[in-house]
Ligand binder design. Sequence first.
Ligand code: NDP
Length: 333
Amino acid sequence: NRQFRLAKRPEGKPDRDTFDLVETDVPEPGPGEALVRTRYLSVDPYMRGRMSAGESYAEPWEVGDPLRAAAVGEVVESNGAGFDEGDVVVGNLEWADYTAAPGTELTAVDPDLAPVSTALGVLGMPGRTAYFGVREVAEPKAGDTFVVTGAAGAVGSVAGQIAALSGARVVGFAGSDEKVAFLEDQLGFDAGINYKETDDYRAALDEAAPDGVDAYFDNVGGPITDAVFDRLNVDARVAICGQIAHYNATERPTGPRKLSTVLTKRARVEGFLVGDFAPRFEQATKQLGEWVASGEIEYRETVTDGLETAPDAFLGLFEGENIGKQLVKVSDA
Ligand code: NDP
């Protein structure tokens, strides 16, 4: 059994030395546990927070700890876990070939409903984040202009499409021409902005969002967010979902810098965590499943092959290497 552990706490940007790949025995499932063979592993930006000792919304990992992630796998042995051999499940597993996990922390995945990898993306945590962030926090209405950053990523790509379903004009910031084409040609965004091609985000917004911004879904923070704040309309809603531009910062960023706009535009700025909506996850997943089945919501996955690629897949999130949800394929069905 191969397993990744936290080798050391990264200063600033993590790199390959942050990760240790070790060989261990295949774990024995204890009472109430199942032995799960990993099929797909999710890498997510929030894991950067867990690598540092400081306060974050997820518990920090200790140096030497196995890394963990949302993952889809197959039950190969059950010790009273409430699953049968061969069942496909999603849960919080180790970055490893095998994990022994309590049955109470695993959820069955129906392989007939959709490809099982979607339980980590559009029909999983990122999809639900988009769903609640758009519908409960950013609240775009017909005729509004909705802007999303990290627009071609797992959360952003779904958020923009949900906003479009409510009749808003949808504008996305993303880091390449290929991503902008994906937003405009495949996902039906009204406009995409390649933020790596311009320094003048305000001018780009004036072109893409000539009526200003009524709802802003922020995955990124930093100078793009400064520019969007300068273009907020009266009664705008700002959903702070993520701030990936700051996750590798060695000093706390100054700010918020644009509070006078919040004042003059009577804007509402609200951070949210998807976990706050846990009692309504089932409802969200059902709705997302219907949208995916009907083609109203499309999704993309970027998949690297082999457990050994997990560190590079994770580091690639900070370089924008992924389109849609970044996954690691660990084993075949
Ligand atoms: P993504 O699939 O969007 O991957 C991250 C993307 O961020 C990259 O592809 C890259 O795209 C972009 N990016 C990286 N660095 C920068 C930068 N410095 N400036 C601008 N863009 C950058 O990840 P997720 O969809 O999983 O997560 C998106 C955000 O949502 C993250 O901030 C995450 O922490 C947050 N999140 C919050 C949750 C909540 O409960 N509040 C739950 C889940 C996620 P590009 O090529 O465009 O630069």
